[in-house]
Design a protein around this ligand. Structure first.
Ligand code: UD1
Length: 340
């Protein structure tokens, strides 16, 4: 029987790419999103790429009664919960906004799954839970560090809520995917990252600078203890990341999980510096980027990249797209958005 997956936050960046990959893998998809940090273009893009009229419900997952109706209306047994706020700086300035939205929506998901006897959940976690790790690369066993932002704290708290819920309620299976740095866009350039206002993340700032929307990219720090002085991150292609969700859902649907709550790192296994990324973007897209070195950004970790052995072995998943192709796709998407 065809399985249906509810994708909360499916109009957003990672959610829309995941909806496409789920459909490519033979799942039916229902998208639920309140469009608070996205718009219908993400849903339209999914429909256009797949040729499927994917059902969309405009709902705030914090609104228990409205969200319950989605469970009443659709027969999904699995959920991927993307719907959350994700701006680190904003979460420090307004922590209650983050605790309210990110925790309440997740608790609603778990409670409604129990009420309606739905079984499988993938939670969008983040490498941010590792903080400044003592050893690199980080494995799933690497101890989490105390969160330095409310955003990071909600990721840790939701992981704990999921672990405790799965331990207590036998009907539930959960997988937390710890994303490293998702970048790039779908090869069709019909979906991609659409930040509102000034981008906080590196690649959208790069593409907007290349498009002339921003004057100059600031590289936050060139005096870190790294080979070229800039920070190291594990940049994971968004389509590869989307595919990790598909295999995580399939693992639970097929009853292949080793334990009912599992955690997987989703990265490439490579640490790439900010300078390397910028130069790679220039080379692949044959353009010059206006950039300058600026002071360090408070709260940045020096270096983090993933040990991906567990995902490779257990999920049979591996990042496939080259960084060059990913950086080309990010630029193709920005050009599409700007009509260039
Ligand atoms: C950030 C968050 C992380 C969150 C992720 C997803 C922090 C400390 N971490 O990851 O918790 O899960 O976003 O949204 O905020 N950089 C520049 N110039 C820029 C922007 C970034 O040099 O204009 C540098 C940063 O200093 C960093 C690298 O680029 O070294 C990547 O930054 P970013 O894309 O913001 O991701 P993270 O900080 O790794």
């Amino acid at each position: 029987m065809k399985q249906t997956v509810l994708v909360s936050g499916g109009a957003g960046y990672i959610g829309s790419h995941t909806a496409v990959e789920l459909i490519n893998a033979g799942f039916d998809v229902v998208i639920a999103d309140n469009l608070s940090n996205s718009d219908m273009s993400g849903v339209e893009g999914v429909r256009k790429i797949t040729g499927i009229d994917v059902p969309f419900v405009n709902v705030d997952c914090c609104d228990t009664e409205a969200f319950r109706k989605v469970f009443e209306q659709y027969e999904f047994d699995s959920i991927i919960h993307f719907a959350a706020f994700k701006a680190v700086g904003e979460s420090v300035a307004d922590p209650m906004k983050y605790y309210h939205n990110n925790l309440l929506s997740f608790m609603n998901v778990i409670n409604l799954m129990r009420e309606f006897n739905r079984h499988n959940i993938v939670f969008s976690s983040s490498a941010t839970v590792y903080g400044e790790a003592d050893q690199l690369p980080v494995t799933e066993q690497t101890p989490r560090k105390p969160a330095t932002s409310a955003y990071g704290n909600t990721k840790q708290m939701c992981e704990d809520i999921l672990r405790d819920s799965v331990n207590a309620y036998e009907s539930l299976n959960g997988i937390a995917l710890r994303y490293f740095n998702p970048i790039g866009a779908h090869p069709s350039a019909l979906i991609g990252e659409l930040p509102r206002g000034v981008p906080q993340n590196l690649v959208p700032f790069i593409t907007q600078t290349a498009a002339g929307v921003r004057e100059c990219l600031s590289i936050f720090g060139d005096d870190y203890p790294t080979p070229d002085g800039s920070c190291l991150r594990d940049y994971i292609d968004v389509v590869d990341l989307a595919k990790a969700h598909v295999v995580a859902i399939a693992r639970m649907v097929d009853g292949k999980s080793k334990t009912r709550y599992e955690i997987f790192n989703v990265g490439t296994g490579n640490g790439v510096s900010v300078f390397e990324l910028v130069r790679g973007f220039e080379r692949v897209n044959d353009l010059k980027l206006n950039y300058k070195v600026a002071p360090r950004r408070p709260g940045d970790v020096v270096a983090i990249w993933a040990d991906t052995s567990l995902a490779n072995e257990e999920l049979g998943w591996k990042a496939e797209r080259s960084l060059d192709d990913t950086l080309a796709s990010a630029w193709a998407w920005e050009k599409h958005v700007r009509g260039l």
